[in-house]
Design a protein around this ligand. Sequence first.
Ligand code: AGP
Length: 613
Amino acid sequence: MCGIVGYIGSRDATPIIMEGLQRLEYRGYDSAGIAVLENNELQIRRDIGKLSNLRERVAADPVHGQIGIGHTRWATHGAPAERNAHPHISMSGDFVVVHNGIVENYLELRAELIAEGVTFKSDTDTEVIVHLVEHYSVDGRDLTEATQEAACHLQGAHAIVVLSKRSPDELVIVRIGNAGGIALGIGENENFIASDIPAILEHTRTMVFLESHQIATVRADGFEVQTLDGQPVTPVLHNIPWDPVSAVKGEYKHFMQKEIFEQGRSITDTIRGRVDFEHQRVELPELNLSAEQARRLQRLVIVACGTSYYSGLVGKFFIEHMAELHVEVDYGSEYRYRDPIIDANTAVLAITQSGETVDTLAAMEEARAKNALVWSIVNAVGSQAMRVADGHITMNAGPEIGVASTKAFTSSIVDQYLLALYLGQLRGTLTPEQHHQYVHDISRLPNLVGKTLECEPQVEQLAGHLYHFRDFLYLGRGINYPIALEGALKLKEISYIHAEGYPAGEMKHGPIALIDEQMPVLAIALKDSLYEKMVSQIEQAKARGGIVIALATEGDTLIATKADYVLYLPETPPLLSPVVAVLPLQMLAYHIAVRRGADVDQPRNLAKSVTVE
Ligand code: AGP
């Protein structure tokens, strides 16, 4: 998980940046680098592997200066290699950039820059940014203006820091979407920058968190923030409390809220290193699966509990669709009690955030005893579910503290999307065009997630209208039916309100009897092949006096005439729509729970890891 640290002031930047990077080490990385302006020359030191390698390199070839940036990289585009480590430098050597996120249109931008004579030194998407900044540093544009212009050409979600020898007294930072945050730490005649505040907490507790589409110009003695279209912004100063738990929560009130907002970044981390965007390949080496084994498979059984089970219900759509492999999804807690039929051509996939859920582990044991191929998707590295499996895929979502699972849910869905693509690749079930499309779609996901999270103010307002109801019905169809289940589970867990998730088409077979003005109905009615059917369910609910809240696709004006409240989501490739649709439901559960004064992070009777039957 990439980390960014920056410094400008009167002290030596190198040790401050190196220590900051060390504090971000726990997030994982495969290479690291720093750039410091020394005697008006940009000095770069980079190395692969552990930070100790970079430290040795800096010790052997020291660099000192009062302004600098550093980065720990976890590869998305281009293998872990020194040439791919950040910071990246421009052709003239005048600009350096560090970056978190994915430049979705980097192939087009790279082709345009190459046509203009730019030579690329790395395989990364990031390198286009530094060349673009240099490209726009003409016609009297200062560093902020050039960075602003460059940023406007990038698709995707980003946190970027730019340093230039042409502007030796300032750093420029940009945030677009939700590729993880970027914070500015305010000191006395010195300022700090970090993607994660623990990196700079020992220097300052006063922070400004950049919002999406904002750019800041940071000097030692001050800073200005504006929007990317040039509107001045009055920054909000946050005082981060001293106790370590609150410090880690940073700008958020609860871990759950923080984890909801981390999803642009956690999904990037899930994709990272597994997709070769240039050659359109997915690689999952830790699955330990040969092409021959993949072709022989006739059935996949997914076992999981709770939220992870709902994730498996979404994964079924991907795997059946892309890999033409029959998928069953079963509760970990039920599987071993029904003497399941397993043969040598069956693989069993356990999905578990904690990797220690006893029911899921027991299901894996059952599968192992019957000689199935056993895989796991886990978030907790080194957990039992990872150790006992024949192969695994990690979620890379980072520690999930809130008992209600949020970011692990979306990361495990993304893992299954990658698994489906990988199986499709090995089994030869995808045309090159389909493969290309699915790879392209996944590169857009972090940005779509970031955009969706921007609807939090509307969700918070909606929570104000709904928090006093005692029962809710969540309806979805097709690939978004599991999202109705998950939305209802989130509400139950943290607000203690009764909620049921239902496949919308089943409503007339019973639950419709429940609907009246005391039963809000949340309908996931995105513009997909089942849209008309969802609209008709909404009409039926309205006809019975129900209050309808619709999740709809941006630009859908019809829905506003049918539902009482509408939350709009950006248009998303249908297979990936569950990842986007679940976000407002997580936020709604969160804000309703907050309104009701519930203990959001530690709901009553629940444990993060359920290690008893
Ligand atoms: C999710 O919000 C719940 N706390 C719970 O359903 C959880 O998903 C379930 O206990 C499974 O946990 P696992 O993913 O760690 O196996």
